[in-house]
Design a protein around this ligand. Structure first.
Ligand code: NDP
Length: 328
């Protein structure tokens, strides 16, 4: 039986092209669980994988989609039965293994997590990899201690940033949202940000290694000069959870904030999280993230719209979370 998928192919000149095509089920990769996918999402990495791959994709043709929620259709693993609702993020699915931009996926049972009963599949994917990562960042900040003062979120109107703002605000923190989009102010206040910081206020070549102690914690989705400058603005002993590099991979920073202010730089990796962490994390998302705030972030899309949206996300033009209805 054939199903529809967004297939990325590479021609003999090395150019990639993504289009929606029927794919025969026997072409699915190896795995012990076959899932009927309901929703996937668009993340920054998906933008890379829909295009030339950014070094992430090994083999073509390729089906991107680094996360999905769906229903188990067949399982060779005792942990899952047909009809079970499952969610997947990480494990390089959508990069080196075919992913969620398809009506069917086949994966290893170890990579799946049962969907908490409180979450429906659309909301689970509104969270998706970006939200899962935001929750990981919040938990990392909590375990290192969030200090007095506002918690800063950079790249706030993007996927990780939006969910980060909503979770931190729901937990009662004062949240300062950094954005390069002045028109996103109402949106960010609606998610719970109490202060909007223009990108230019932070994003400048670092001139002094230490500035005023301002932020009690930070989720940084931007990296580069933004992260370097934020390090010098943290309160004594506060932590920055470094999540992404939307603004650059190099870090032109000084060691002084670490030496004189005891600042912690916490690396966040959502890809290789063991099952127990994933399960605990999804359960916390189900309880700590208000669904009305999540709803405000959602933009729905079809498989056909993904090539355009993939290019948009790489240019920082996508607001909130794009949920892909693979059956639309
Ligand atoms: P989005 O594109 O949705 O959000 C990124 C945001 O960063 C943009 O919306 C924009 O926010 C801001 N931004 C973009 N370009 C620049 C720039 N040049 N300078 C300053 N700010 C910029 O991406 P995601 O939220 O999905 O991902 C963010 C980052 O996190 C990516 O690098 C991604 O690869 C990474 N990531 C890492 C994960 C992990 O496991 N560590 C998991 C998921 C994502 P605004 O318009 O508000 O300024």
């Amino acid at each position: 039986m054939a199903f529809n998928a967004l297939v990325v192919e590479k021609d003999s000149d090395g150019r990639t092209n993504a289009s929606v095509k029927p794919v025969e089920e026997d072409r699915l990769p190896d795995g012990d669980v076959t899932v009927s996918v309901a929703f996937s999402t668009l993340n920054y990495k998906d933008g890379l994988c829909i295009g030339p791959g950014g070094g992430l994709v090994r083999d073509y043709p390729h089906v991107p989609g680094i996360d999905f929620a769906g229903t188990v259709e067949a399982s060779d693993d005792g942990r899952y039965r047909p009809g079970d609702r499952v969610v997947l993020t990480g494990w390089r699915v959508g990069e080196v293994h075919w992913g969620g931009y398809a009506q069917k996926a086949r994966v290893r049972a170890d990579w799946l997590v049962p969907l908490p009963p409180e979450l429906d599949m659309r909301h689970a994917m509104a969270v998706g990899t970006a939200g899962f990562t935001a929750m990981l960042a919040v938990m990392a900040l909590e375990s290192n201690g969030i200090k007095d003062g506002p918690v800063l979120v950079t790249g706030a109107a993007g996927g990780v940033g939006s969910v980060g703002v909503a979770i931190l605000a729901a937990l009662g923190h004062e949240v300062a949202a950094v954005t390069g989009r002045p028109e996103a102010e109402d949106y960010l206040r609606g998610l719970g940000a109490s202060r909007i910081v223009a990108r230019e206020e932070i994003d400048r070549t670092v001139k002094r290694p230490l500035e005023g102690e301002t932020w009690g914690g930070c989720i940084d989705a931007v990296g580069g000069e933004m992260l370097a400058r934020v390090l010098g603005q943290m309160r004594y002993g506060a932590s920055v959870a470094a999540v992404g590099l939307a603004g650059g991979a190099s870090l032109p920073a000084s060691v002084i904030p670490f030496l004189l202010r005891g600042v912690n730089l916490l690396g966040i990796d959502s890809v290789m999280q063991p099952f127990d962490n994933r399960k605990r994390l999804w359960e916390r998302i189900a309880t700590d993230l208000p669904m009305d705030r999540l709803e405000a972030m959602i933009q729905m899309a079809t498989l056909e719209e993904l090539p355009r949206l993939g290019s948009d996300i790489l240019q920082g033009k996508v607001k909130g979370r794009v949920v892909v209805d693979v059956n639309a």
